[in-house]
Every structure is written in structure tokens, then in C-alpha cells.
Design a protein. Structure first.
Length: 184
């Protein structure tokens, strides 16, 4: 069966094609540089990279053209609170001498604890991670506001989390560190 394209179908097809070409990202005649995104891919070492030391992490990120990394605490890279000033400086220098930017630390500090001693400890540990991030050349620390608990009014938990974030936010500002949130 030999089906010929009618004039009406041709005009319809041409109109649809012209419309599609006018959509963002579909213009064949545009300058691609002018439309390139400022967004860049980064890596959090929670799963990928968790088994790499700093030199391996930098090498692999460079090869993959991933130029930003957040170090998740307690992984093989060894960037932890018990590091000496010399060790912290060494980490900072490794990143400064590479194309990979250290963004900071990904922590497990959370501010929803009903127990005031646990809450106070989490705030103090978060402050130590802020200092660590600053020392290694990072720009911030990720924390987890976290969750609601049975028998604790949600309003109380929200207020407690807000006050905790305000406290570490003010502390972080003294170190030029952002407080970033991971919420599940």
C-alpha cells in the first residue's frame, strides 16, 4: 500500500515540527554556550566514595568531572573530629591542590531528641563539625532536623529544632559556614 503525504498532512507535520523546535533546549540554531547550565554535579560520600581515602576520592572525582564533594562522617576518607591541626591542614591542602572543591561535612547530628542531654550533646558535636569543616576548607555542615516522637507535641519539636538550628547557625556564621539540612 503506497500512501502519499497530502498537502494538509504535510502542513500539519511542518507546524508540529516548527513548534517542537521552538521549545527550550530544542533550538538547532542557538549558541549552546549561552544556554549551558550553571548547575554542577557533586558527590556525597554516603554510598559512592565511602571506601575511598582522600587521594583516591580526588582522583576519581576528577576523572568523572565531579568537582564538588561532601564528606560523610566516619568513612574511609578518615576526616573525623579527632584529627590534629596538621591532619586537617593536610586534607585542606589536598583539595586546594586539585580541581575538586570540598563542600563540607555530612553529619548525623539531629535536633529532635526528647531528652535534653542528647539534644545538648548533638548541638555541641555539630559545633565541632562546623570547626572541622572550616579547618579543611569546607563551606558548611549538613545536619538532620529529623522527626516527630510519640507523646511529644509536634509544635514543641518544631520549636526545639528551630532553636537548635538558630544556635548552630549563629555559631557557623562565626566560621563562615552554612548549615545545610537533610530531611527524610
Amino acid at each position: 500500500m503506497d500512501k502519499k503525504l497530502t498537502r494538509k498532512d504535510f502542513i500539519k507535520l511542518l507546524t508540529i515540527s516548527a513548534g517542537a523546535l521552538s521549545l527550550p533546549g530544542c533550538n538547532l540554531f542557538s549558541d549552546q554556550k549561552a544556554q549551558s547550565s550553571k548547575m554542577k554535579l557533586g558527590l556525597v560520600t554516603y554510598l559512592w566514595g565511602k571506601d575511598w581515602d582522600i587521594p583516591t576520592l580526588i582522583t576519581n572525582c576528577t576523572k568523572a568531572e565531579i568537582f564538588g564533594v561532601e564528606l560523610r562522617i566516619e568513612h574511609a576518607h578518615g576526616v573525623n573530629l579527632d584529627m590534629s591541626k596538621l591532619q586537617r591542614d593536610n586534607v585542606k591542602n589536598q583539595f586546594q591542590n586539585s580541581d575538586v572543591k570540598i563542600l563540607g561535612m555530612g553529619t548525623n547530628q539531629q535536633f529532635d531528641y526528647p531528652d535534653s542531654a542528647e539534644l545538648k550533646n548533638s548541638i555541641e558535636v555539630a559545633k565541632e563539625y562546623i570547626k572541622l569543616s572550616y579547618d579543611i576548607g569546607g563551606s558548611g555542615v549538613k545536619v538532620k532536623p529529623n522527626r516527630f516522637h510519640e507523646n511529644v507535641p509536634k509544635e514543641n519539636t518544631i520549636e526545639q529544632i528551630g532553636k537548635s538550628l538558630n544556635e548552630i547557625g549563629k555559631f557557623g556564621a562565626d566560621y563562615n559556614q552554612q548549615i545545610r539540612l537533610e530531611v527524610h
